[in-house]
Write a protein that binds this ligand. Structure first.
Ligand SMILES: C[S@@+](CC[C@H](N)C(=O)[O-])C[C@H]1O[C@@H](n2cnc3c(N)ncnc32)[C@H](O)[C@@H]1O
Length: 360
């Protein structure tokens, strides 16, 4: 084994361990255990290395295993995906290695062709206060939201969902009572007063739009959720059903190149706000992705003012939401909230903090 192979395996093992601690601890005992099993297995690390560049290998490998099991492949690993307690670490490693050997071809095919397109509808519960704050800080012109990296476009239907912040239920006009997004307010007072009639129909930009009529494609979205998070799966399914009735507008396009076109085509009598919900790391890479985005938007703002709402880790353990305004090449930005990866909690920062503490 070359030094380079050893180093890249080590690096990938660290990615799986970080994933276990940042994304699985307290949420998915099964994925926590399986991620450690991968980190300790050179064979599984080599398999996971087949993930496309820029894609997170843990989500891809575990998503592929979940996908194959959900399609009915019989294996002793299967019951652990449908019951809550995980196997022991030793057992997990044994079962996962065996499963991956048996299905290596299928796994390779999935991880080398698909990508992490997790469309997390509950993130709308974090975005809504940002929409409200933005709207309340601007004049009455209509707001155009452009969701960049929109996946299936489910978050474009934000005004069709019902929201529950702690005990407060928010029913927007015409919202769907069956898709209820729940968010705990862990700090601050997120603004919730939003006038949906002042938003024009939002648009998504997506390099690989998910065809809502392709069952295999929508099932892959479900496979990307953690097995224990049945509530996440339920919300995803109700949102997919809603989107099948009222398909959101998602344009095939690659950011950042496509952004100039959006800027050029947005009427001057509309405010323009780009939303990047967990897409910056895929579009601009990491670390440093948010900074590269800011440079891009500053340049585009020479043509017209632009607003940005972005959610991601940006180099921090706790995810955050950044709001920024760009005009004539200058920008002003602030961290307005800390939040959950899946939008299950929000801490609204009443004293929005300038984000010079590094946001990459
Ligand atoms: C992790 S998903 C997030 C989806 C959605 N924004 C959400 O929060 O639920 C990231 C999405 O960005 C898309 N993407 C990646 N690179 C892109 C690019 N250069 N231009 C447009 N979309 C991109 C991916 O295909 C994927 O659907």
């Amino acid at each position: 084994m070359t030094e380079q192979t050893r180093a890249s395996r080590q690096e990938l093992a660290d990615v799986f361990r970080r994933f276990a601690h940042q994304q699985c601890a307290g949420r998915s005992p099964l994925y926590f255990t399986l991620s450690h099993a991968v980190a300790d297995s050179p064979e599984l690390l080599d398999l996971a290395a087949g993930t496309r560049p820029g894609q997170p290998a843990p989500n891809m490998l575990l998503g592929a295993v979940h996908h194959i099991l959900r399609r009915g492949a019989p294996h002793p690993l299967s019951p652990y995906f449908s019951r809550l307690e995980p196997p022991s670490q030793e057992q997990a490693a044994e079962l996962l290695v065996d499963f991956c050997r048996r299905h290596a071809g299928q796994i390779e095919q999935i991880i080398s062709t698909r990508s992490v397109q997790t469309n997390e509808v509950n993130r709308c519960a974090v975005l809504l206060p940002a929409f409200a704050a933005l709207q309340n800080s601007l004049d009455d012109r209509p707001m155009r939201i452009v969701d960049v990296g929109a996946s299936a476009g489910l978050n474009l239907l934000w005004n069709r969902y019902t929201y529950r912040y702690d005990d407060q239920v928010l029913r927007l006009p015409g919202s769907d009572p069956s898709t209820v997004l729940t968010c705990e307010v862990t700090g601050g007072v997120p603004p919730l007063a939003v006038d949906v009639s002042r938003f024009v129909r939002p648009v998504g930009i997506e390099v690989a739009p998910v065809d809502l009529t392709d069952r295999e494609a929508t099932e892959w979205l479900v496979s990307l959720t953690w097995p224990e998070q049945t509530e996440r799966q339920r919300t995803l399914r109700t949102a997919l059903a809603l989107a099948a009735q009222e398909p959101p507008t998602v344009v095939a396009g690659q950011a950042p190149e496509h952004l100039a076109q959006v800027v050029a085509e947005t009427p001057a009598d509309q405010h323009l706000c780009f939303v990047f919900s967990w897409s910056i790391y895929q579009i601009f890479g990491s670390p440093g992705g948010r900074e590269r985005l800011a440079i891009t938007l500053a340049e585009l703002s020479r043509r017209r003012p632009i607003h940005e709402i972005s959610i991601g880790h940006f180099g921090h353990d706790v995810p955050r939401m950044i709001m920024a305004r760009y005009e004539n090449g200058e920008s002003r930005s602030a961290v307005v909230a800390h939040c959950d990866v899946y939008g299950f909690w929000i801490h609204w920062l009443s004293d929005a903090r300038p984000e010079e503490d590094g946001t990459s």
